[in-house]
Design a protein around this ligand. Sequence first.
Ligand code: SAM
Length: 297
Amino acid sequence: MDSLRDLEAALGQAGSAAAWQRAVAEFLKRQTLWYGHGADSAEGEAAWLVDWLCRDGGPKAAQAAIVTGLLRRRVLERVPLAYLLGEAWFAGLPFRIDPRALIPRSPLAEIIERGFRPFHAGTGRLLDLGTGSGCIALASAYHGDFDRVDAVDVDADALAVAALNISRLGLGDVVRLVKTDLYAGLGDASYDIIISNPPYVPTASMQALPPEYRHEPAHALAAGEQGLDYVDEILRGAAMRLRPGGMLFLEVGEAAAALERRYPTVPFLWLEFERGGEGVLALEAEQMREYWSVDRA
Ligand SMILES: C[S@@+](CC[C@H](N)C(=O)[O-])C[C@H]1O[C@@H](n2cnc3c(N)ncnc32)[C@H](O)[C@@H]1O
């Protein structure tokens, strides 16, 4: 089934959600697409799309044209499915999403879903640096037991998406949004956990990204020649602001090797994930203070 016309005809005949899913997956598999913005395969995207239809009382024959309309943009414009549907799932929670913010997909979800155990009790005060849609801050507030979560971003558009998600998830009593360049607007606040999925894509990799990534804000991805433009300040700031017993969780993706070269003596703990993903490190406050020689809690 190569064409959208064939797909629409097949959906018109498909009698069950499973048959819709098979027809959509078969169509997607014949296209040139990049997966990894919320589903990692044609089958995953087909299941997500049909689940979305089911939530709207479908799938029914009248929705065949809606599906082919969405898939036309998916194939011709390479728009990620999350932006087409206006939703993304992260740590088991639904998020509103649009091209003002990066599509949630960080492997940090696995740690957050466990309430940060066994690394930390998931209590006290948490800072999410570069919150985008708010997914990490909000999922942490939901799965953890924090008194307060500060969610910061330099981009007012991304914060507008985060605000939608705060009200949708009803977490406004715990999560506070702050528009600031990293720590600059946080006064002398200290934290039990600092967590961040900052921009970390090196310049050369930016140029080679599949077309799907070009629908996301470039400033949410690009981080200079080595992908480390934000990391020094995040590490130094965390050493100063983490409370005793506190922890930093930092995603640096493909910039991990460059980070190891820059800080050869720092004992980064590289985390492993059941659902895949790499380039995420953890550091304890005490280890950080030793390396950055800070004597302030
Ligand atoms: C990779 S995205 C992560 C978004 C979200 N945390 C997630 O995991 O989906 C990085 C975010 O950092 C924000 N950002 C970039 N530079 C920043 C800065 N100097 N201070 C604060 N946030 C920044 C971007 O606007 C973007 O929302």
